[in-house]
Design a protein around this ligand. Structure first.
Ligand SMILES: Cc1cc2nc3c(=O)[nH]c(=O)nc-3n(C[C@H](O)[C@H](O)[C@H](O)COP(=O)(O)O)c2cc1C
Length: 198
């Protein structure tokens, strides 16, 4: 028997969208704590919970993180094929990442790559956090820097790798990005039988 409010989580999933421009409005640390809690409670391979979340609200630390990420992005862009650089330019994507400094809070999500199923596990934690941010009326973005070394500046042991940085803050509502229809992405029993027509 379905529980009440079966649409509550789906509603948060529909509402969530990535923001890359943030307002100066501060965020409540209690809300940030619930976002971290949503990550902490995630499912993980063999329940190893291979993550560590560093919550940064110190402007100097955020500026350092931004500057390390931008340096890594610049060297990535320089080596990127011409075709890819054109695509970045067409989509207004550049090595500049002001949201890393502008968002009042920046959560750097680390994971231990030697743990079983480490990558899918940490991304389940990130998905939980993105949804809790939506539930708090906040915005975020799973930003995945190109091989930036962020551990040392945050005092994180070398066994950890960075999965993503999550800027957290208030934002003007970004446009919804399109999704494939359910008929294209789901089937009933067999690939060629659309889910909705089974
Ligand atoms: C694994 C993953 C990595 C991503 N990395 C970046 C990134 O490095 N920079 C960025 O601006 N957006 C990044 N995104 C955000 C996607 O571009 C975004 O989720 C997608 O365009 C759909 O938009 P929406 O989140 O608003 O629905 C990433 C998303 C995922 C799931």
């Amino acid at each position: 028997m379905p529980k009440n409010n079966t649409h509550e989580i789906l509603h948060a999933i529909q509402e969530r969208r990535s923001a890359r421009e943030f307002l100066d409005t501060p965020v409540e640390m209690a809300a940030v704590r619930r976002i971290v809690e949503a990550g902490r409670l995630a499912a993980s391979g063999a329940n190893r919970q291979p993550w560590h979340f560093v919550v940064a609200d110190d402007p100097v630390i955020k500026r350092n993180l931004r500057s390390i990420c931008e340096a890594a992005e610049r060297s990535y862009y320089e080596k990127a094929p011409e075709e890819l650089r054109e695509w970045f330019a067409d989509h207004s994507i550049s090595p500049s990442k002001p949201f890393l400094e502008r968002a009042p809070v920046l959560i750097t999500v680390f994971f231990d790559p030697h743990a079983p199923y480490a990558i899918p596990s940490v991304w389940i934690a990130i998905a939980n956090m993105l949804l809790q941010a939506t539930q708090e009326g906040l915005y975020s973005l799973p930003y995945t820097p190109s091989s930036a070394q962020l551990g040392p500046v945050l005092g994180v042991p070398t066994k950890y790798s960075v999965a993503a940085l999550l800027p957290i803050g208030h934002a003007n509502r970004p446009a919804r990005q399109p999704r494939h229809p359910i008929s294209q992405v789901a089937s009933r029993n067999r690939f060629e039988v659309p889910f909705d027509e089974g």
